[in-house]
Design a binder for this molecule. Structure first.
Ligand SMILES: [Zn+2]
Length: 312
């Protein structure tokens, strides 16, 4: 039998995991380790020198172990403090950094994400805290800030089940005309539009309506003009051809789904993964939080293209 190094287990070649829980725990065992990581990653690669805004140059920074300055390093030239967490979602949080990092680890290492209930159990905080942490991670840390898409770009829209928001103390309105009876149901389904670069990145957002102007505006904002757009024959996409070099449409309503390169299978596959995952992990998602879940899904998919471990 070949010798194996018990301290450095090998993954099978087919494993999708690039960062195991054991590796995570070794790297971020406690609050202090996370703080050091933030300091080095954000400001000081060598852990000693950082740029001082007051001295306007790189200076040696020292850590003074007083309770109040726990998160800061101090410039040895002028005494200015620099906080490793300033401007991050961890700033002024009462929750330990290693719990935040672990929540981030769970969000990025699982295929379908995690629910607040599950996080509550995993890290031993209240449901409210767990919920707030996930919401911040999704809304801020996972927000898409990448540039527009280009090349062959598939666009499609879909409805996602949601819970309509009920105003506090207000009973649901009783419809007095048959046409209004359908409205609450329509309101409980949110429109999600997504754009996928073939072989590349994806973008997705919640729109208040799937009708014309908003949908068009979103597409123009997301996609470079030198791109080829591929959509179905939903009327809201009419007229987009003048913004792009070409616009191919697949006639879904006539029963066509693939004609040569003209299909929206890539973006439909994304929806096909998104919907059951939202249903499975979160049951129903109110419209207000849906964008956060979308960020999470888009983030996870786009992160696969990057060589860095997802968690980082
Ligand atoms: Zn200074």
């Amino acid at each position: 039998m070949p010798r194996v190094d018990r301290t450095d287990p090998k993954r099978s070649k087919s494993s999708e995991s690039s960062y195991s829980l054991m590796e995570f725990m070794r790297a971020f065992p406690d609050d202090e380790a996370c703080l050091q990581w933030l300091w080095r990653t954000r400001f000081s690669p060598d852990g000693k020198h950082a740029y001082c805004e007051k001295c306007k140059q790189d200076r040696v920074f020292k850590r003074y172990a007083t309770k109040q300055r726990r998160f800061s390093w101090t410039c040895t030239g002028c005494g200015r403090h620099k906080s490793a967490t300033a401007g991050t979602i961890y700033e002024s949080s009462a929750t330990a950094l290693n719990l935040w990092f672990y929540a981030g680890y769970l969000l990025t290492s699982t295929r379908c994400g995690i629910s607040a209930k599950q996080l509550e159990r995993e890290i031993g905080v209240t449901y409210k805290t767990a919920w707030r942490m996930l919401n911040k991670l999704r809304k801020i840390a996972m927000a898409d800030d990448s540039g527009p898409l280009s090349g062959d770009v598939e666009i499609d829209e879909t409805s996602v089940d949601g819970r309509p928001r009920k105003q506090q103390g207000e009973p649901l309105p009783v419809p007095d005309r048959p046409s209004e009876a359908a409205k609450p149901r329509e309101r409980s389904r949110a429109t999600v539009v997504a754009a996928v670069e073939r072989g590349g990145r994806i973008k997705a957002t919640v729109l208040p309506s799937r009708r014309g102007p908003q949908l068009k505006r979103q597409v123009v904002e997301w996609v470079e003009p030198e791109s080829i757009l591929i959509t179905d024959d939903w009327p809201a996409y009419h007229g987009l051809d003048r913004h792009f070099i070409d616009h191919s449409r697949i006639n879904h309503s006539a029963g066509y789904y693939v004609q040569g390169d003209t299909h929206t299978n890539t973006v439909e596959a994304f929806f096909g993964h998104l919907k059951p995952a939202i249903r499975g992990t979160h049951r129903k998602v109110s419209h207000r939080w849906l964008q956060g879940y979308l960020n999470e899904f888009v983030w996870r998919r786009n992160a696969r293209l990057s060589r860095n471990p997802m968690f980082e």
